[in-house]
Write a protein that binds this ligand. Structure first.
Ligand code: MTE
Ligand code: CO
Length: 426
């Protein structure tokens, strides 16, 4: 796997090659510097290209489709020094290579505490018990026979940007912000299952537990369970990927990824939280005074410019599109602003595409780049009026001992040669 530092060198190489090819082939290459790398005169207009001289693969040769081989670098990546094993680790979404708001299934970041459980759907069971009138066990088929909903939500790991608390660390939005994905889920509202079981009068919390080797479990207030949680079995139309919890995961819109229990095997209803390992030793926010905040479930509004970014440098002056993602766990993203000068001046970005509650939105800011050095930032505002804070103001409240819930404004330094670096402004 490529480490962030390697990427940086690779992108510098691409920049040089791309720039050298520009003058001669800019028409053929179009707006993309990448095409300049592969220029092969016999394939270019007015010639008949190689791919027109032979028949292509027939149908069903690719029974399950894959991206073009020319897109082989659009992959999840991990940072090997970050964790001591691959089973308890994370791979990151290549945000800099994507557009729109939907993350393709094969590129959704993965976070496992004990590797990917492999569950035969015929052996799958979901147990619902505790403070209920009638404990129930559901098969996958049972779940599929219940009324279902389709919803698009982002999932962000609480530890996303966690390496950046003490200063700029990782060179690429894949690594600084790539613990987020946004897909359409299909499943049964959790409240439907709870209604079938019947809640006792003193029911206040649920505990969701995974069927992986970690049996990862978290307490969730009943009010959230009855609000918008989904027991989901499909993502983007097809069954969940093994990495994402096949065959069933809990969807907890807007809340930290850790509570979105994968390989969901059990829901217990109780009258108080369980104080599991994942909500005491982990997933609490250590403050400067030594106290830790617990149950900080909601993901605050956040945004990042995905291109240009360290893995996606600029290769041409002139008309330039800044592209990025914004999201809020509290509702809809209402606006996104972009700064070219490190936060001194802000201009409204253009949000394009659908805007859903607790989902990613795509924003663009178009401008003429004359080749000068810039400090690029984006800032999200949600419909509660909350404005994404600067890193400086976030640290004033949170200190630097935290790992989780870092939603500070990201700065990319765009250099005169088009390279981009992760920096902080004072
Ligand atoms: N559920 C189980 N059973 N085991 C896990 O390790 N990881 C959690 C959560 N659910 C985890 C789990 C964490 S920390 C996150 S951020 C999300 O799953 C990641 O979901 P993803 O792998 O689909 O991106
Ligand atoms: Co996580």
């Amino acid at each position: 796997m490529t480490e962030p530092t390697d990427k940086k060198h690779a992108s510098r190489r691409r920049f040089l090659v791309g720039a050298a090819g520009l003058s001669a082939t800019s028409l053929a290459a179009g707006a993309s510097g990448r095409a300049a790398l592969a220029d092969n005169a016999k394939n270019l207009p007015p010639n008949v290209a190689d791919w027109m001289r032979t028949l292509g693969d027939g149908v069903a040769v690719r029974a399950y489709g894959h991206p073009s081989k020319f897109e082989k670098d659009v992959i999840r990546r991990d940072v090997q020094w970050l964790t001591s094993s691959r089973e308890s680790s994370v791979s990151f979404t290549p945000l800099h290579e994507l557009d729109g708001i939907i993350t393709p299934n094969g590129l959704c970041f993965e976070r496992h505490h004990s590797g990917i459980a492999e569950i035969d759907p015929n052996d799958y069971r979901l147990m619902l018990h505790g403070l209920v009138d009638k404990p129930l066990i559901f098969t996958l088929e049972d779940l599929k026979r219940l009324p279902r909903v389709n919803r698009i939500y982002f999932l962000e790991c609480a530890a996303n940007s966690g390496m950046e608390w003490r200063g700029a660390q990782l060179n690429g939005c894949q690594y600084t912000h790539g613990m987020v994905h946004c897909v359409q889920y299909t499943g049964v509202p959790l409240k439907v299952l709870l209604a079938q079981a019947g809640l006792k009068a003193n029911a206040k919390w649920i505990m969701a537990e995974g069927g992986d080797a970690a049996a990862m479990n978290r307490s969730i207030p009943l009010s959230k369970a009855l609000d918008d949680c989904i027991v989901a079995y499909r993502m983007n139309g097809e069954m969940l990927r093994p990495e994402q919890g096949y065959p069933v995961r809990l969807v907890v819109p807007g809340w930290e990824g850790n509570v979105w229990v994968k390989w969901l095997r059990r829901i217990k209803v109780g009258d108080q939280p369980w104080y599991t390992r994942e909500e005491t030793a982990k997933y609490t926010d250590l403050l400067e005074n030594g106290k830790a905040r617990k149950f900080t479930f909601e993901m605050d509004a956040k945004s990042v410019i995905t291109a240009p970014s360290p893995q996606a440098p600029l290769r041409q002056k002139g008309f330039t599109i800044i592209s990025g993602l914004a999201w809020s766990g509290r509702g809809k993203v209402k606006r996104v602003d972009v700064s070219l000068d490190g936060g001194r001046n802000w201009r409204a970005a253009r949000i394009d595409g659908p805007v859903f509650e607790k989902a990613c939105v795509r924003f663009y800011y178009e401008f003429e780049w004359n080749g000068e050095a810039l400090l690029l930032q984006s800032r999200a505002t949600d419909d509660t009026g909350y404005v994404q804070p600067s890193k400086e103001s976030l640290r004033k409240i949170r200190g630097v001992n935290s790992i989780y819930h870092n939603n500070g404004i990201q700065t990319w330094s765009l250099k005169v040669d088009g390279e981009v670096e992760n920096v902080e402004v004072g």
